[in-house]
Design a binder for this molecule. Structure first.
Ligand code: GLU
Length: 441
């Protein structure tokens, strides 16, 4: 069974960058009839917050990307311990004693000599006595995974094609801190094995992690999952990172952006398929394929999101929005205002014009007389607007703009807006007569 996972660290709100990763993993799973796991990467107790765990769940639910299963790394420490002991017993993990400062100096020296800053394995060369001396001095080790320099690293990347790494060009990664806490690399591998993950889809910033993790899978006698790394999401003017607050799920929600708009845009951004306001998720899932992804960064443009959002809003049925409409607004009300709103929240503005009170412009004498006539001509039937304007057209010399505009202004206080044929029945006979009479006075 195809199993994918989305593995956020609960250190902040979801934003368009990680929503995209979640969505693509969800789509891969749905398309294959498989399962989508939410894995909370909360091994960093100092930075993880329960409120963000809640927010991640809520945001995924709002986006319609509910996981089939949830896992938490903080509850799986025994599994990591077991893998650690196994690898240590096989000499694939070794203790290291350098301080962060010492490592930084080594890095600077290497860079100064024009060399890549690869860890020099000095700790691996320590003798038993030297290690014992360090520990007697009270220096607790951190732990590194020992890459196998003779085992070439290759995989068929779902987006990038054939990927190759020379293990001698990578540092042995630190997998565990001196205080016993875990870094990302080993727990993620153990989880992918134990949870039966078949497909790992993540950002290309993880490519070198994948190289390391492939050796971990092998060391743990597991077949690595299929890997795919998508090009990063960037803003119109470059990196998104500075703007992520305003592109957080909470901010988008506050701006009344529809989840379907976010999904429609992010499903296809950076692919060869055109971004379209597709509200039918099944259609998006059906057409989803990693082979459509390009290697160039995907450009996220907020104006494009707004355009897609408006087009999606114009497709929403009453049943999909009723809980979010102003009190009293019924299906006819939604249908009347829908073409005039960019967000569902804007329905409020037009609904206030229906329910009133409204501010009317000052009319000249001729218009006042005309509106007085309109108040008398008002009749209530199937199509009060059609009947009113037809009658006024024959009773007066007016036509076109002169016929329609003063009526719209008197009835809504606005020069433009939803179709009057749909709006007038919502305003109702009493309110309409009162507004026309007030304008005529
Ligand atoms: N917690 C990691 C991250 O957010 C997960 C990466 C992965 O998908 O393996 O970057």
């Amino acid at each position: 069974m195809t199993t994918t996972r989305f593995a956020p660290s609960p250190t902040g709100r979801l934003h368009v960058g990680n929503i995209r990763t979640a969505l693509h993993n969800w789509m891969l799973a749905k398309k294959a009839g498989g399962q989508f796991i939410l894995r909370i990467d909360d091994t960093d107790a100092a930075r993880s917050r329960e409120e963000y765990v809640e927010a991640i769940r809520e945001d995924l639910a709002w986006l319609g990307l509910e996981p089939d299963r949830e896992e938490r790394q903080s509850r799986r420490l025994d599994a990591y311990e077991a893998a650690f002991e196994k690898l240590r017993g096989e000499n694939r993990i070794y203790p290291a004693y350098e301080t962060a400062q010492e490592l930084e100096i080594k890095r600077k020296i290497q860079l100064g000599r024009g060399k890549p800053p690869i860890y020099d394995r000095a700790a691996l060369a320590l003798s038993e006595e030297e290690r014992a001396a360090k520990e007697a001095d009270g220096i607790a080790p951190h732990w590194r995974f020992k890459l196998d320099h003779d085992e070439a690293i290759e995989w068929e990347d779902g987006v990038r094609g054939r990927a190759k790494f020379d293990p001698t060009q990578l540092s042995d990664p630190v997998i565990r801190r001196a205080d016993g806490s875990w870094l990302y690399m080993l727990p993620s591998t153990v989880d992918d094995i134990n949870m039966g993950v078949t497909q790992v889809l993540r950002g290309e910033d993880h490519v070198s992690n994948t190289a390391v993790q492939i050796q971990m899978f092998t060391a743990l006698q597991a077949t690595p999952p299929a890997f795919a790394h998508e090009a990063l999401l960037v803003g119109k003017e470059g990196k998104l990172s500075k703007r992520l607050g305003s592109l957080g799920c909470d901010a988008l929600r506050a701006r009344a952006i529809e989840p379907e708009a976010i999904v429609a845009l992010l499903a296809r951004l950076g692919t060869s398929q055109p971004v379209e306001p597709i509200a039918d998720r099944r259609a998006l899932v059906e057409g989803f394929d990693l082979s459509h992804f390009g290697r160039a960064p995907a450009r996220f443009d907020e104006e494009e999101l707004e355009r897609i959002n408006t087009a999606i809003v114009h497709q929403l049925d009453y049943a999909q929005v009723r809980g979010r409409l102003p009190a009293g607004m019924d299906e006819a009300g939604w249908h009347a205002v829908r073409p005039n709103v960019a967000t569902v929240a804007e329905a409020d503005v037009w609904w206030q014009l229906v329910t009133g009170p409204i501010a009317q412009p000052e009319f000249g004498d001729e218009d006042k007389a005309y509106l007085g006539e309109a108040a008398k001509a008002l009749e209530w039937g199937e199509d009060p607007w059609g009947a009113l304007t037809a009658k006024l057209k024959t009773q007066t010399e007016r036509k076109g703009r002169a016929l329609f505009l003063p009526l719209r202004q008197a009835l809504t206080g606005m020069d433009h807006g939803p179709d009057m044929g749909e709006l007038l029945p919502l305003i109702g006979k009493e309110r309409a007569r009162e507004r026309l009479e007030r304008a005529a006075a």
